[in-house]
Ligand binder design. Sequence first.
Ligand SMILES: [Zn+2]
Length: 283
Amino acid sequence: MVDALGERNISGCYGFPHTHPVVASPQLRETLELWTDSGHHIGNHTHHHASLNWVSGKQYVDDIDTAEEHLGDLLDRAPTRYFRYAMDMTGRSEYKRGMVEDHLRDAGYTVAPITAWFGDFAWIAPYYRAKVNRDGEALAMLRQSYVDAAEFHLRSHVRAARELWSTNVPCIWLIHSTPIASDMLGAILDRFADIGVEFIGLDEAMRHPSNKLLPPVTHLFRNHLERQLSAAGVERDQIPPEMAAAVLNASPLDGYDSFHVYEDRILKPIVKRVGGEWDWDWS
Ligand SMILES: [Zn+2]
């Protein structure tokens, strides 16, 4: 991913790693240093990556401080101290979010929301299965659909934001560092350049007030822009369910069903580790 960005002269991207994996596997620190040495930055994304919906405000702010203990020196290399909520989820109550927001302000953080994403985590399990199965047809479909989905969802966020704000709003785009991302980030960036995307830094994007306000909390899995859209009753275009199903069900492999991987292997172990309460809605 560093190469894909460097080859296209894109620098100053913010990575938001949670720090639990770095403690479990200290060699991962080298990856983070490669990232910052390559002209990119690191922000705080909590230690455990628990949703604020699962834990108390106190647990959450303690987790922010724990992340800072592990990565403080890398955070300090960035021009701005940014924090991103885990899953961009800000809890079910304004009171609890307020506790976190107060803590962040006192600790000198600016919240960097997500305002354009493409559900890229959905490709993690299918891509793994297709690789294990050496399923060339599925790999090709997954790569193509991944790039197509990135374009579709970027257009969808931009169009909806324009409807809401009557002007173009700078997007804060998310991609996770996954195997398919390292294979396909270059193709996505080229596609974005082809359709006229202008790449700007996070500081510039954050100057727009839409990226700073606090849209109403929701228990649903919605990014910062989507929470604004819900509040205003604006719909965003979604890819047809049968296309999403084709990705999620591609190249079956025993024990690696997509939702089993995302819920039972990724999310629920975090809930267990932090002693939180499982609260999730895919709708
Ligand atoms: Zn995250």
